[in-house]
Design a protein around this ligand. Structure first.
Ligand code: NI
Length: 393
């Protein structure tokens, strides 16, 4: 397949996926269509037991020291509950859903990589697992984990030695790849605090313990952590987003509630902020003679790109004619981090233009000009990673 043929083919695939967006863990048509395309090309699909999403495998038939090594590449496949207002001629047929984060683009890049690796299988040894991951956008809970965790829990990736992934970004034009070593996304944690004071008549506050003044002290204290306790050059956010207490003007309520989010790029900050936050809650509760319930829910960790694999990703992109720029780390969440908890790897952002159309908004869609180059990048970095793993023995 020439680059032009691949480009045209991927544009056709993309259009179908754009028209059929499905939300987290409901990607049944999407999964079926991916499977159909892989089947057409004789690409094997692993029997992973996933209900949505799938893992394809391409086994190289070449001979080199890479035999027996395994790497994985990943594209996510879920959409968002957004009513489309892009104005493109191939609008969503699932009204109320849109690939507002561009996972139609990401999955098409992964699909293109699978086709290329399949074509090139005489040229490499070892195996590449291509992950079509469901539910990247799910609001994960203990009962319903994020898609990466669901995929990892199948055990189908236990032998993977390096992970690579791409995500579209509208902060760059097509043909640009953003890659950096180190933190690339935020750890996404949640906290909830309930203050148990003692309700009383507003005219007799001394007979109770007003949870509202405790909440005020907590808000002050919690928000100061980001400014005072963390290395000033480390990205982080500590935010209070929800406060509730009381119901009328002349009654001091018995309880107050507050919650918010903590986003960090470095694992050590994550632990430190958790500990400071807990200490502030306990200290203020004791000072004001109330009790508190403190809950901290760990979400996905931050994506931390491995230095060597990022360098390989970047040099491969440059050789393939892409313009490589450093990645701008964001404190948004990205569950690719869970794969990097299993084996090192790297995550790159591919420019898709449309910077005036906010991602996760109703007008966003990806420009496709360099989608074949993105697929080539993902396929080629996987081949080169296998080579390098072979050399290391
Ligand atoms: Ni996304």
């Amino acid at each position: 397949m020439t680059n032009t043929e691949l480009q045209r083919q991927l544009e056709t695939y993309y259009t179908w996926f754009h028209q059929h967006p499905e939300p987290a863990y409901q990607e049944t048509e999407t999964t079926a269509h991916i499977k159909e395309i892989l089947d057409e090309h004789g690409i094997r699909i692993l029997d992973s037991g996933l209900k949505t999403g799938l893992i394809a495998i391409i086994r190289g038939e070449g001979e080199s020291a890479s035999v027996g090594h395994v790497v994985a590449v990943r594209g996510d496949i879920d959409a968002l509950p957004i009513l489309e207002q892009t104005g493109v001629p191939y609008e969503s047929l699932n009204k109320g859903y849109l690939h507002g984060c561009g996972h139609d683009y990401n999955l098409t890049v992964a699909l293109g990589a699978a086709l290329l690796l399949n074509e090139r299988k005489a040229d490499f040894a070892g195996e590449v697992k291509v992950i079509f991951q469901p539910a990247e956008e799910v609001a994960a809970t203990k009962e319903v984990p994020t898609g990466a965790v669901t995929v990892i829990n199948t055990g189908a990736l236990d032998d993977v030695e390096a992970f690579f992934g791409t995500h579209d970004t509208n902060q760059g034009e097509p043909g640009t790849a953003f890659i950096s070593a180190g933190p690339d996304s935020g750890a996404v944690d949640k906290y909830r605090i309930t203050v148990h004071g003692r309700g009383s008549h507003a005219a007799h506050p001394n007979g109770g313990a007003n949870p509202i003044r405790v909440a005020a002290a907590l808000i002050e204290g919690i928000q100061s952590i980001a400014g005072q306790d963390v290395d000033p050059v480390h990205p982080r956010v500590v935010t209070v987003t929800h406060v509730e207490a009381g119901s009328t003007w002349n009654v001091i309520p018995a309880t107050a509630f507050l919650e918010g989010t903590v986003r960090t790029a470095f694992p050590e900050d994550r632990i430190m902020i958790h500990d400071r936050l807990r200490a502030i809650v306990e200290g203020i509760a004791s000072a004001y003679d109330v009790t508190t319930d403190f809950e901290w829910e760990y979400g996905s960790p931050s994506v931390i790109n491995d230095a060597d694999w990022s360098a390989l990703f970047a040099s491969t992109a440059t050789e393939l004619g892409l313009k490589v720029e450093p990645s701008q780390p964001s404190l948004g969440g990205e569950d690719f981090s869970y794969y990097l908890g299993k084996a090192p790897g790297a995550f790159a952002h591919l420019g898709v233009g449309n910077g005036d159309r906010p991602m996760h908004g109703p007008t966003f869609y990806a420009k496709l000009d360099a989608i074949a180059a993105g697929a080539d990048l993902l396929a080629t970095v996987a081949q080169r990673a296998l080579l390098r793993l072979g050399e290391q023995r």
